[in-house]
Each structure stands twice: as C-alpha cells, then as structure tokens.
Ligand binder design. Sequence first.
Ligand code: KG4
Ligand code: ZN
Length: 378
Amino acid sequence: MKILAIETSCDDTGIAILEADSKGHFKVLSNIVASQTEIGKKYGGVFPMMAKREHQKNLVPVLVKSLKKAGLLKRMVVNLSNDKNATTKEILEREPELFKKLIPFFKKYQKPYVDLISVTNGPGLEPCLWVGVNFAKALSYFWDIPVVPVNHIESHILVNTLENSNIKFPAIALVVSGGHTQLILVKGIGKYKILGETRDDAAGECFDKCAKLLGLNYPGGPIIAKLAEKFVGSPTPHKLPRPMINTKDYDFSFSGLKTAVLYAWRKEPASAGSSGVARMAAEVQQAIIDVLIKKTMKAVKDFNAKSLILGGGVSANQELHKQFLQTPGVCNGDINFFAPKPALSTDNSLMTAITGFYHKKETKPWQKIEADGNLRIE
Ligand code: KG4
Ligand code: ZN
C-alpha cells in the first residue's frame, strides 16, 4: 500500500510517501520537508500564527515535489464541479491562502495512486496542526482516499521501525523535542503509558533558551552540540545543577537549569571569549544528558525493558547517543538501543507515514478529524 503523510505540528512542513507491504517492510518513495529555520533564526523562535501562514504557502509546493519524487504526479485536466469547489472552500475556510493554491493544483493533476492519507493531529501548535489536518481533509474529500489521524509523539517513537520492525517489548521510549520531554513505557505498538514528563521546559526548549542566553542562534540544540563537540579543556568551574536527577519519579524539570546558566553566565569574565561560550555549551549539554540518562535508565531497570528507544529533535544529539551506548546494560547488548538518524529525529512526515501504517485500520470520516494541541499518547 502507498501512504501519503502530512506533518505540520510545529514549523516544518512535511509530506512523505511511503510504500509498505503487509509485513511492515517499508520503501521510502519521497520525504520532503520545507523548513522555516531561517524565519526562526530571524525572530529567535517559532511563532504559531507566523508558522501557520508559512504552512499555507508551503503545503501545495511540497505536495507537488513529494508526488513528483515518488513518480505519482500525473498531469490531467480535471473539471471541478461547483459542489466540489464549494466543499473544499468550506473545509479550508480558515486557510484561504491554501485554498487558493489547492484549486489550481486539483484542476491540473489527476488523483494519485495512494491508498491512505495520514496526518499529524497532535500534540503540537494548534494553529499549525489545523492547517495540516484541514489539508488532509480536503485531499481525502476531493480524491476519496481514507484518512487516519496520528499522534506526533508516537511517530517520533515508531520512526525507529523504518529499518527494523523487530523491536522487543517492553521498551522504554524517551521522546525529547522542543515541545516535549516524556518517558513512555511501550508495551507494544499502540500500547503506551506515560511514566513521566517535564514539569516546565522541554529538553529541546532548554537547549534553545540556554543558547539564546549565550548569544547563539536558533535552534540552539545543534549549535550547542557543535560547540560542545569542539570544546577541549578542563571541566567547567560553574557546576550547573542536574534538576530532579535523584527523585523517585520519572519527571523532569529544566527551567532551573536555564536560570542557573543565566547567573553563571553573568559571572563569566568577558575575557573568556569564545572558549568561555564553548565551555558553557559543553556544560549545558552535559547537565541535560546526565538527567536524561539517569532517569531513563531508572525506568529501563524498573520495568525490565528489553529495548530503549529515543526520538524527537534532541535525539539527534550524538553525544547523547554515545553516552547512552556506554551505560551498563546498553553497552553489553542486554538492552537493544534504537535512535533515528538525525534527519529522522527532528520533525518529518516519514514518521507520520509509518505511524499511519500501524493504524491503517483506524481511519475516520474526514468530517470527524480534529486537531488537538494537547493530544496524549495514552
Ligand atoms: O522534534 P523537533 O524537530 O520539534 C518538536 O517537535 O519540538 O525538535 C526540535 C528541538 C529543538 O529544540 C532543537 O534545538 C533540538 O530539537 N535539537 C537538538 C539537536 N538537534 C535538534 N538538541 C540537541 N542536540 C541536537 N543535535
Ligand atoms: Zn516533534
């Protein structure tokens, strides 16, 4: 079967086409992402209404590119009835710019050979989610293709099955992104329990905010990672805190770390220059890694997990991988370790397609699909 997937939960506009056989062997036909990183850099972060406008601009061009790459874009003059035009307009009532781009597309190309549409309907930035959801509804209605809504956090986990569908359960998943930090017990695909999560900032948000304090660009995670990688020197004198590292629960808290960085950075002499920034970057990264590893390995032990799965933008951090791979249990192969490659750690629609495959029987009439910014995986 062929799945067309749409992802707009934050500031990346993604459309992928995935071919899957009944055993869950996948072939990626296309995976196109239009990133808004340059806008994020200019304004120092993501602003939902601005991101929504960009999704409206990007979705049709990204769809064209994705179908073309997959060999599914076929020209044909399509007559559009007044009814079809009116219903599409109604579906995209709140996305008029997208409607304007979609109608000429519908008139120019034939229905592609796609069996299922999957779309992220949460969690994420609600105005952004709605653009993707309404786009999926319009395509589903116009082409008469079934549509399945999928959870973004589950997608960050299941992207790990792209090349290996034999994950042993129970597994512990650590999903760490700009918006979320969650430890999840995975009893099987579709069977989840959230063990703990951040009480304030997400790990990625902490990377981003600390980077901003250090005068670095957005998104801060990859910049801090790069600086930390280059840093060779003595351990920092700052001794940043490791918030909640020894608590008995599986929750996290990162806002205190950001405040500690603020005060430590104020004391840093200007003479420290760029090596001072690099040292602080290394220290911030290590403080976050220490907490993530300690809490995750506690969950792995407490639940006798056979596998450990990482996902989300922060899981692109190679130092985090390296240090997880050095922990007892993981380093001797008792616990199978899964982490996506960096391009699949950050938001993309291939993960939405994979999750759509596992939930292919849970399609819904397009009229009933809604976005939910606070959607839970449980
Ligand atoms: O999953 P994602 O693309 O979007 C959300 O759903 O939030 O995650 C984005 C987050 C940003 O906070 C970014 O700074 C962080 O992932 N990130 C990293 C790295 N690459 C991206 N954090 C640490 N190290 C990295 N290499
Ligand atoms: Zn994400």
